[in-house]
Design a binder for this molecule. Sequence first.
Ligand code: C2O
Length: 579
Amino acid sequence: MAGSAFFMACAILVLFGFCVEAELVQHTFKVSNMMVRRYCKNKTITVVNGEYPGPTITAHEGDSLAIQVINESPYNISIHWHGIFQRMTPWADGPNYITQCPITPGNSYTYKFNVVGQEGTLWWHAHVSVLRATVYGALIILPRAGVVGYPFPNPHKEETILLGEWWKADVITLQNRALASGSAFNISDAYTINGHLGDLYRCSNKHTHKLEVEQGKSYLLRIINAALNTQFFFKIAGHRLTVVAADASYTSPFSTDTIAIAPGPTIDALLHADSHPSNYYISALTYASSPAIPFDKAASPYASAPPSASPFDNTTTVAVLSYKSSPPSSSPPIMPPLPAFNDTPTAHHFYSNLTALHPNSVPLQIDQRMFVAFGLGLTPCSVNQPLCRGNAISASMNNISFSFPTTVSMLEAHFRKIRGVYTKDFPNRPLVAFDFSNPSVNNQGSFQLTDKGTKVKKLKYNETVEVVLQNTAVLAAENHPLHLHGYNFYVVAQGFGNYNKKEARKNYNLVNPQERNTIAVPVGGWAVIRFRADNPGLWIMHCHLDGHLSLGLAMVFEVGNGPTPSTTVPPPPQDYPTC
Ligand code: C2O
């Protein structure tokens, strides 16, 4: 059916000379450990095909992808194709224990999926433990060849910019330590642009990414925040940028000198090389959203967290933008003025002012309304945490701290109707309402304790959903980037403080809201998202700060099959990894 429809469309289009077959894009990803040199020291990291960052996958909208992942590393691995809808291929989504068991050392799994109805910049990354720190790369979907191009003037060239972090210590060791002690994951030692630390770090000036431009030409920058736990401000000295897409959805052109980007999202921006020929720094530094909050230890018997804002890595990474025509110069490149680390107004201006390029089909009638309060919390130390004293740091949604199953993936349990793996009682609202965004909630200790559970919210095929995401101030208010697998959603409103239905509704954008797969929910604030549950499967929604995912800041939607074979999840592939 799909084949013959394609043939007919093709037969018509070929008359005009632009029919291009959908292609099969094949890759082999060998995951292994490798030695790299940074800070004048050798360090072993886990990578794909000996590359750091990993290989870029380029496809056209409509193509099929088959990526064989061969695990030659000592760790369990799984790869997630961040932002890909995975329609009827939920088995290829990748999150560990949600849609698959990990690929154990020595084994392989081929991820097969189509890229239909989406184009732009996405990426892939490990979705198991903290391996995402170095196991990541770009996934670029170009417009269907020869049919329609970009909805903006064709750039002279395209450049991918992957932002990341660097730890001097081995990240798996750091993770094991954090898990054993029930504490937060260590902050990074440095940031990277395309794997390079850049000029400003000791011993690193040979490791600076370079971007050469020609005067008068424009360039499409595909910016991906691949960091585990860092939100970035991104700036280029002497240039403004025009944002044209976010999370592989086109936006109205948005001119800015500062981009704010949370871990997970992508931003496509046009750079016009129209400044005077010279060398300019491209820079990224953290947006540290967490304000210092008043905290009364005496009144808060459960708390073990410090009263101050969360610590952060306050370093800056740079790349160099140079004009081909610029005369050789001995002076350092020009540095842009940088925002303060806690410049929430600048971040919020960027995050909240993007709109879709065209009016879109945001659901207007809502079948399922949810209010989800989420943030940090505490949980009593468990037996697996020998170094933990009293309480461990935890994170939750509606006070349920998500625990991952260990014996079978949730998707397989769903498909084979295996009981006892998860329950279907994820609450539609918090069991106890409190003054969520008020920092004084910390002085009423009971709000800090979270329950554990593996719960899903069940949705019928094609139901429309509205979720109010309410950030809490428990332990620390912070901007959390919440990512939904399997879907894009519409961000109809966002703001600070507690969500107030009456006030918020006045400002809902139901015409051309930004379409995203990740929403950076304002610090101590809220966001409202809507989507249509037309993609059957099990889809995790979680904080894309990696440290918060392992603490339990996640929940899962179980979306039922539709009425037809083409809306029914097929059986898992032959080589599907089991636990
Ligand atoms: Cu990019 Cu579940 O993640």
